[in-house]
Design a binder for this molecule. Structure first.
Ligand SMILES: NC(=O)c1ccc[n+]([C@@H]2O[C@H](COP(=O)([O-])OP(=O)(O)OC[C@H]3O[C@@H](n4cnc5c(N)ncnc54)[C@H](OP(=O)(O)O)[C@@H]3O)[C@@H](O)[C@H]2O)c1
Length: 328
């Protein structure tokens, strides 16, 4: 009897959550044409970045697909599905400050304009503890690399204004312990269990992304360059299974498989908020916002602490070794 009651309760709960997850999926209604515009999308080879590339390419946008892997197959697919041949691929390894600088220098030399910068690439968990730049790999790919890239491309964005910067964050930014002391997490001294640590680092770098997006928005006021960030939802992409550091036991894997099965969006649905913030005419002047399901959403508490945010910004400038003249 008790077993039946508990079983029905959890069944109803999962069904309720399933319905909420299905009904609350934001879809962009914007039909904006992007002929004559240029967009850079990082992490364009897979998941949300690839779907966003498809969507913007179908609107006639010139796309620079930026990724660490060989993108030829993805590029050919985008051309095949959209008939847009104005698609370029350029190698960008966000785990290397030098690669980010080389990529930006190449863009500035070869491109006349940049209307949309989508800082989307990301990882969860990493096998290494440090990159060549002595940064934590997930912090560098998800946050520091994009922080530097945006600085280096800011003049081109200003020249092409009205233009937009969009950062992909995550709702997991609400689960963080970000401080100046653990900003560039030192794994070798951490007593924390590896899986919890990787998730916390993910939450921390996604919070840093929200903070940077907000400060870019403040510093760019009056330039017609907007800066916003988004959470795409839980989306069925390879990100959580790519590095097995966050799926070390089968309970974890079962939990994720169930969540994916019942609640996750597909990559097309997941890309809708990114596309919406990148193209919607209604959002032309919106800046400093955090969007979930195509609507503004509250940010984690620390993102409203101006003093803390300024300290994080200053520390980021040091970590990515910005020259004085490159600072905003
Ligand atoms: N999926 C979700 O449920 C979810 C939820 C919240 C937020 N997000 C965020 O959404 C963004 C996109 O993730 P996704 O789900 O689409 O995952 P994904 O399919 O794994 O895509 C991530 C992309 O980032 C690229 N990348 C990885 N390391 C890189 C590096 N060093 N330099 C340049 N590019 C690199 C990957 O390149 P290769 O594949 O070519 O190696 C891949 O194209 C991430 O920022 C993620 O944190 C995802």
């Amino acid at each position: 009897m008790w077993f039946l009651l508990i079983f029905s309760f959890f069944g109803a709960l999962i069904f309720g959550l399933f319905c909420i997850a299905r009904l609350s999926r934001g879809i962009t209604r914007s039909n904006s044409c992007l002929i004559g515009k240029t967009a850079i999308i990082t992490g364009a080879n897979s998941g949300l970045g690839y779907q966003t590339t498809l969507n913007l390419a179908a609107r006639g946008c010139r796309i620079i697909m930026a990724d660490v892997a060989d993108m030829e197959k993805s590029k050919q697919n985008v051309i095949k599905f959209t008939n847009n041949t104005n698609i370029l691929t350029k190698k960008l390894d966000l785990s290397s400050l030098q690669s980010v600088r080389e990529f930006a220098a190449d863009i500035i030399k070869t491109e006349e304009r940049l209307d949309i910068l989508i800082n989307n690439a990301g990882i969860v968990g990493s096998l290494e503890n440090r990159t060549k730049d002595d940064l934590h790999p997930a912090m560098q790919i998800n946050y520091f690399g994009h922080f530097l890239l945006t600085h280096l491309l800011i003049d081109l964005l200003k020249k092409s204004a009205p233009s937009r910067i969009i950062f992909t964050s995550s709702l997991l930014a609400f689960v963080n312990n970000l401080s100046l002391d653990n900003f560039n997490f030192d794994c070798s001294t951490s007593q924390m269990n590896k899986i919890s640590r990787e998730w916390l680092i993910y939450g921390n770098n996604k919070l840093a992304v929200i903070i940077a997006s907000d400060i870019f928005a403040q510093k760019l006021k009056g330039t017609e360059v907007t800066s916003n960030c988004i959470h795409p939802g839980l989306v069925k992409t390879p990100i959580f299974t790519r590095t097995h550091t966050v799926m070390e036991n089968c309970l974890h894997e079962m939990f994720f498989t169930c969540c994916n099965f019942f609640f996750a969006k597909d990559a097309w649905e997941g890309s809708q908020t990114l596309v919406h913030v990148a193209v919607s005419k209604k959002l032309q002047r919106e800046t400093g916002k955090y969007f979930v399901d195509c609507k503004p959403f509250v940010k984690p508490r620390l993102a409203y602490d101006q003093q803390f945010c300024q300290e994080i910004w200053k520390a980021s400038e040091k970590y990515v070794r910005l020259e004085e003249h490159e600072k905003l």
